[in-house]
Ligand binder design. Structure first.
Ligand code: FES
Length: 67
């Protein structure tokens, strides 16, 4: 699935770049992939994917695990 139609960025590419760059913003992830936002309509979705990926790598420390 495409995240960014303007740059033909796929979800897997964005997730991979985000995983390799903890804390990176969407604009930084796009730059790592060699592109920059054009219309900007994808940035909210990219941000959610990137945040989700970063949370999987470094889960919030305030989460209490039971079991
Ligand atoms: S869809 Fe990503 S910049 Fe346009």
């Amino acid at each position: 699935m495409y995240v960014c139609v303007c740059n033909a960025l796929r979800e897997a590419e964005v997730r991979e770049a985000a995983a390799a760059n903890p804390g990176a913003t969407p604009e930084e992830v796009y730059a790592i992939l060699g592109v920059e936002p054009d219309c900007g309509s994808c940035l909210d979705y990219a941000e959610s994917l990137i945040s989700e990926t970063h949370a999987l790598i470094d889960p919030p420390h305030n989460v209490v695990a039971f079991g």
